[in-house]
Ligand binder design. Sequence first.
Ligand SMILES: [Zn+2]
Length: 487
Amino acid sequence: MHLQSFGAACTVTGSMHLLTLGGRRVLVDCGLFQGGDELEARNREAFSFDVAELDAVILTHAHLDHVGRLPLLVRRGYRGAVYCTPPTAALAETVLLDSARLQVEGYKQDLRRARRQGREDEVPPPLYEEEDVHRALALLRPSLEFGETASVAGVRVTPGRAGHILGSAYLLLESGGERLLMSGDLGNRESGLQLDFTPPPEADAAVIETTYANRTHRSWEATLAEFAQALRASVRQGGKILIPTFAIERAQVILATLKDLMDSGEVPRIPIFLDSPMAARATGEYFEYGDELRADVRDELRAGEDPFRPNTLHVVPTSAESQRINRYDGPAIIMAGNGMMTGGRIQHHLKHHLWKPSTSLIVVSYQSPASLGGRIVGGAGHVRLMGEEVAVRAQVHTIGGFSAHADQDDLLAFLDTAGRPHVWLVHGEPEVMAGFVPLLAARGLKGDLVPDRQPVDLLGGGYADGRPPGLVLDRSPAESLQAEAGE
Ligand SMILES: [Zn+2]
C-alpha cells in the first residue's frame, strides 16, 4: 500500500494523491495549487506518473484545490472514470467551468501586457480551456453514496460523510485485507450548514488533512457574536464592508448567517451585493441537495423558504454591474471572490476601498501566508493590486470560526473510532503538522508527514521524528502555535 503525493504534501493546496494498492493505481483528488505565484507555477509541471496507467480517479469533494487539475489530467491523456458523490459532480461542473474561464481570461490579460513589451512569445497558454472541462465532466461517475461500498477498479471503496462542504466524503479503501482511510477535507463540527462527519471505521493507515491541526475554532455561538459585532462596528463606520468569499460553502454559510442576523435585528438591514455568479450558481446546488444539510436548514427549504436570501440581497451578474457597485453611496456589504483575494472581482473592490479608513474588510476564510489576503491579515501596510500600490487603511476583522475545516479537537475525534492506524499527515503547513505529531504520540498513534512527491510505504516504519529527511521548517512547531494564538 503505497502513496505518492503530488500536491498538499507539506502544503495546503493542490491535493493529488496517487495510491498503489493491490496492484491498482488510484488517484485520490486532482487539485490545483493556489495561493501565490511560486505554488501556482507547480500547476504547469508535468505529472510525474504515467497518466494512461491510472486505473481510476476518485474525488473527495469539489473544492478547486481538490478538483482543479482534472481537466489537465484529461488533456494529458486520462480517459478512465472519475468517481464521486452526486453533489460533488454537480459542484465540480460549476467550479471547473469557472476555473477554465479564469485561466483563459488570465492568459488574455497576460498576452495584452506582453504584447506591449514585445514579449508575447513568453506567455504560456491557458492551463486548460472550457472544452477540456467538458471532456473531464464526461468522465464523472457520480455513483458514490455515503456508507455504501463500491468497487472502483477492483478496490473496495466506502465513502463516509466528511461534513466539510456539500457532498464531501472521506474514503475507506480496502484491498488484500489492508484498510486505508483517506480523510479528504474534514468538516468543522460547528458548521452552519453541514451535518457532522460520521465516525470512520477502523483502518491500518489513515491519511488525514491537518489544515487547522494547531488550533481550536471558536464555538459557533461565539463566532456569530463576533461576526455580528464586526458588522455593527463596520456599519457605524459608514463605509463599504468587503467580505472576500469562496463561492462554495462559505458563501452559503455567510448568506444564511446574514439573513438570520438581519431578520433578528442584530445587524441593521443594509444592501448586500453577492458579486459572484459562481456563488449564485453553487447556491442553486445547495437547494437541489438540501436534504444533505443540517436539519434546521433542510426544514426551512422543505417549507419553501429560502435560507440563503436575505431581504436586501442583490445578485450581481455581470462585471459591468460589478463596477457600478463602486458608485453606490452609503454602507453596503460586498461579497466577492476569490476567498484569498488572489484574483476575481474582490480585487477591484479592494483597489477602490482598501485605502479608506471607513472601509471594513471582514475575513471569514483561510488565508495562505503567501496570498494577498495572507499579507493583509499579516499586517502589510501596502499591497500591490491590479498593478497599483494600495495602502491598507481599512479595518481588518478576522473571523476564524466560520472555517469549514476540522480543528485540532475535530481531527482527534475523527481518529477516535479509527482503531490504531499509522497516521500520515497531508494538507497542512509543515510546522503545523510537526506540532500535531506529539499529540498523536500521546494517544499512542504514530504520525508522519507525507513528503512532497516521494513515494511512501503507508504500512512501513515511517520516520524517526515524523519528518521526512530534508524537510526544513520555517519556524518551530512551538513558534507556529504562538503565531496562531496571537492572530
Ligand atoms: Zn476543501
